[in-house]
Design a binder for this molecule. Structure first.
Ligand code: PEP
Length: 254
């Protein structure tokens, strides 16, 4: 069975003190993860070490960066390399979030470079894709997402893409309170898996966890995660409330 994953994206929120208090509260809240389930916390750069330390010894909990740079090292003031992240014990990084694509002009080609850097350093990318509202309204979402996958991922080998994590996040559902319906989520997740199967074979496509993101809440996570091709969620707003995120973790498929 594919890994079932509840991934938090804290974005540019919280002070260090608030972030530590959030984790303390979450760890004091009943939630459980079996060996096939994971909770991943996408934390701002300055808090990575502190939050990573809080999860040491907590089974199946991991800390993720929210971004990394395309180059290994050098004169790139203000950037963070993959090697820096792995040197502090970080295992995941969110790549290609729609906010980075929109506000920082990250292209599919640039994301391909970032993914190459991650994979050559054993850092696991959580690769985000998803269409804006006008593409959904024009009913072109399938080809839009397929192009994102092709241009950023399809140079990878079978070994590299096996056990990959993809997050489908329709942009019109992020931070808007407007969740994709269960049917819309399942339809796109199945489409993504079919596109992966066409390139890498069904066996490989069936190893890839595809998370849904876009206004996942404690109240809707169970229904969305129950969809056959949805393997958990990437969660923004609701991951900032310990009790809500605990419910979301507990909503993962067993
Ligand atoms: C996100 O940040 O990736 C996200 C899905 O945000 P929200 O859950 O707030 O819509």
């Amino acid at each position: 069975m594919r890994k079932q994953i509840a991934a938090a994206n804290w974005k540019m929120n919280l002070t260090l003190q608030q972030a530590e208090a959030l984790v303390d509260e979450l760890l004091a809240t009943p939630f459980s993860l079996n060996e096939n389930q994971q909770a991943v916390f996408g934390v701002p750069f300055p808090y990575l070490i502190a939050i990573h330390n809080k999860f040491i010894g907590k089974n199946n909990c991991y800390v993720s960066a929210q971004n990394c740079y395309t180059k290994k090292s050098g004169a790139y003031t203000g950037e963070t390399s993959v090697e820096m992240l792995t040197s502090i014990g970080i295992t995941y990084v969110i790549i290609g979030h729609s906010e980075r694509r929109e506000f920082f002009n990250e292209s599919n080609a640039m994301l391909a470079e970032k993914i190459n850097c991650c994979l050559s350093n054993n850092l696991k990318p959580i690769f985000c894709c998803g269409e804006p509202l006008q593409i959904r309204e024009a009913e072109s979402q399938n080809s839009f997402v397929e192009t994102q996958l092709k241009e950023s991922l399809f140079h990878l080998t079978v070994e590299q893409i096996t056990n990959f994590i993809i997050a489908y996040e329709p942009i019109w559902a992020i931070g808007t309170g407007k969740t994709a319906s269960n049917e819309q989520a399942q339809q796109m997740h199945k489409h993504i898996r079919t596109v992966l199967a066409n390139n890498y074979g069904l066996d490989v496509a069936n190893t890839i966890s595809i998370l849904y993101g876009g206004s996942v809440k404690a109240t809707n996570a169970g229904d969305i995660f129950a969809q056959p091709d949805v393997d958990g969620g990437l969660v923004g707003g609701a991951s900032l409330v310990a009790a809500d995120f605990a419910v979301i973790i507990n909503s993962l498929k067993k």
